[in-house]
Design a protein around this ligand. Structure first.
Ligand SMILES: [Zn+2]
Ligand SMILES: [Zn+2]
Length: 304
């Protein structure tokens, strides 16, 4: 049987980048007894970090006390799309590597940076029940009544009813949107409609700004190496303007830049976006800039 080292793609890239050659030729081996992997004897991999290898459960158990301090669970790769059914060509998406220990509040902050939002509005996360029966959108009167019941519940410290169709498994709201001791004093977690319901296949939605109602669909698309903070892996489309007037407002602003002969109103929209929007872009969206977003700046801000 061949004892020649098998070189993985990761080893190859490390070598090409001038990495440690002796490491590249190292065969996977048990972290305890150093038994190497062969075609006949496959090693086990730590389920949490997916890095450390063992020849047997016994070796893994023996090593756990010393391994657990360095064993980090893998990150989740999240693909986040802003109103994907309505905003296309370009779509507005960002793909993040999210530490497994991140809180929803930290994810909120990372999404604000990644999408270029100005953090001037409230937000919530909803875990959407995949088995919920679709419910028609409430009429305006019902909607307002539900919102008022929510506000009243926040004041009275009673359970906060869900404002939307009852399709959420869980709704996570901003802990204190108006500062410590402020007017909102939400408790961060509400509307666990039924704890016995099955979470498998449930989707996550992040809603930012209950006026413009920016719905971000969050999909878990894979796992990645553990990292201390969030990483930006990719994306598409210029970030959307705050207070632009929901999807129609954004599509209208894009149109104002696409047209060769803008109307007075379209010129005013451009000026507003370049000089007055809270996440304004002085360079506007002309000349294809609706496709531009600064992944390097996003990554730098995420590292702070
Ligand atoms: Zn071993
Ligand atoms: Zn591990």
């Amino acid at each position: 049987m061949s004892q020649r080292a098998r070189i993985s793609l990761a080893d190859m890239t490390r070598m090409m980048a001038g990495g440690n050659e002796s490491e590249a030729f190292n065969q996977p081996k048990c972290a305890v007894c150093n038994i190497i992997e062969t075609d006949d004897r496959k090693l086990l991999t730590c389920a949490r970090c997916k890095k450390t290898r063992y020849c047997s459960k016994d070796c893994q158990a023996e090593n756990w006390e010393s391994h657990k301090s360095t064993c980090k669970a893998q990150n989740y790769i999240l693909k986040v799309s802003l109103c994907p059914a309505e905003i296309t060509n370009p779509s507005v998406t960002r793909t993040l590597s999210c530490p497994s220990t991140a809180t929803y509040e930290q994810l909120h902050r990372a999404l604000q940076i990644a999408f270029g939002w100005a953090s001037t509005h409230t937000y919530d996360f909803k875990i959407i029940d995949p088995n919920a029966q679709p419910e028609p959108l409430p009429d305006m009167g019902t909607y307002i009544a539900r919102r008022m019941a929510q506000d009243a519940a926040q004041f009275n410290d009673s359970p906060i009813p869900d404002a939307g169709p009852r399709q959420n498994l869980l709704r996570i709201i901003e802990k204190d949107p108006f500062g410590p001791g402020g007017f909102g004093s939400g408790r961060g977690l509400d509307s666990m409609h039924n704890q016995d319901r099955d979470y498998e296949g449930a989707g996550i939605e992040y809603e930012y700004d209950f006026g413009d109602c920016w719905q971000h669909t969050v999909e878990v698309v894979g796992r990645a190496e553990a990292s201390k903070g969030f990483l930006c892996l990719g994306g598409e489309g210029h970030g959307v303007a705050e207070d632009v007037g929901s999807v129609d407002g954004w599509l209208g602003l894009r149109e104002a830049y696409r047209t060769a002969n803008p109307t007075t109103e379209q010129r005013e929209r451009r000026t507003w976006f370049e000089s007055r929007a809270s996440n304004r872009d002085p360079r506007g969206l002309g000349n294809g800039r609706e496709w531009d977003w600064d992944s390097i700046a996003v990554s730098a801000k995420l590292r702070r």
